[in-house]
Design a protein. Structure first.
Length: 147
């Protein structure tokens, strides 16, 4: 289970160090990086990416506008990245630009994948969504199992 919030920094070669605690949960030499929603990046273990990409392909159609939009937004920009010996990945320029990554970043563990955010952009996102968070938690409370 991949969870937690981690502050990391891009180095001068646009490499991002995957936090040690997460690295043990996503063992392997390769990861898949793609554009996420809300101006972040999504990072997947290849086996999880296979499930997600198959799900997108079976639930969308290239003959429908919305299907093409989803496929172009999530599938097309996906790249397989090698994790170097020290646990770093190099963020490609187009993906780095999409997320507005500068130097200070946050890596968020989302159980099945990671989100990579520019730290300042994430703070703005949280501020912008804080007002509606109460309504969302009220909706979840209705569905929450009662003891």
């Amino acid at each position: 289970m991949i969870t937690g919030e981690y502050r990391v920094a891009l180095d001068d070669k646009n490499r991002l160090l995957i936090p040690t605690r997460i690295r043990t949960d996503i063992a392997g030499d390769n990861l898949v990086l793609t554009k996420g929603i809300d101006n972040c990046l999504w990072l997947f273990h290849p086996s999880e990416w296979q499930k997600i990409s198959n799900s997108i392909l079976t639930s969308t159609s290239m003959f429908q506008t919305q299907g093409r939009m989803i496929q172009r937004r999530i599938l097309a920009p996906a790249v397989e990245l090698e994790v170097d010996k020290t646990g770093r990945i190099t963020i490609p320029p187009l993906l780095r630009e999409h997320a507005g990554l500068k130097k200070d970043c946050l890596v968020l563990g989302m159980i099945r994948y990671l989100e990579i955010w520019d730290e300042e952009a994430y703070q703005k996102y949280q501020e912008g969504t804080e007002a509606s968070l109460g309504e969302l938690t009220d909706q979840i409370a209705i569905m929450w199992p009662k003891e």
